[in-house]
Design a protein around this ligand. Structure first.
Ligand code: SAM
Length: 170
């Protein structure tokens, strides 16, 4: 497959998964979190799907196309490893949906990021939040949601966090 075909498939998979995830979180209150705004493509799609929710974007730099920047209160700049774990007061409520687009295409780098990113997401997300991620994240408790038709397994992941069980009374 050419790199152009691969890129097109990636973008199509992102759009399909974001729309599937939007249906999953329709009944879950909370803001939306975009990790890695980049050129603003997926942020803009999330903002269009969630006109009544705050969509926060995290990135080292905000250089996306003019008109695609979030409101200032929803922009969190800096290394996500430093900003995300402490972002709950900024979000105002636990996130219903998190989209992780920090992938760099390198499995070793993904493993290193995943180790700090999973607990950072857990620190700011609802216990039943939905997460779209370009590489697997070692959450304490999560289940995989079925991938929509047309998304090749292994390329993108759709998961839902699972709240801890109530401690049974004795
Ligand atoms: C693949 S691009 C995101 C593409 C974007 N979602 C879009 O649709 O246009 C990844 C982005 O993640 C950001 N990024 C990667 N690691 C980061 C980190 N540790 N902290 C902050 N930003 C990071 C990069 O600056 C880059 O803008």
């Amino acid at each position: 497959m050419s790199r152009l075909d691969s890129f097109l498939r990636r973008l199509a998979a992102q759009r399909t998964l974001i729309e599937a995830a939007a249906a999953h979180v329709a009944s879950l209150e909370g803001p939306i979190v975009e990790l890695g705004i980049g050129n603003g493509r997926t942020f803009d799609h999330l903002a269009a799907l969630f006109p009544d929710r705050k969509v926060f974007a995290f990135d080292e730099y905000f250089h996306s196309a003019v008109g695609v920047l979030p409101a200032a209160e929803c922009m969190v700049s800096g290394d996500i490893r430093d900003t995300l774990p402490f972002a709950l007061p900024r979000l105002g409520a636990r996130a219903a949906l998190v989209h992780n687009d920090l992938g760099a295409g390198d499995p070793s780098q993904h493993a290193a990021i995943a180790a700090w990113l999973a607990p950072a997401i857990e620190a700011v997300a609802r216990p039943d939040a939905v997460v779209i991620t370009s590489f697997l994240l070692p959450f304490k408790r999560s289940v995989s949601l079925p991938l929509p038709a047309g998304v090749k397994p292994g390329r993108y992941h759709l998961v839902q966090l699972v709240p801890p069980q109530d401690v049974p009374s004795v």
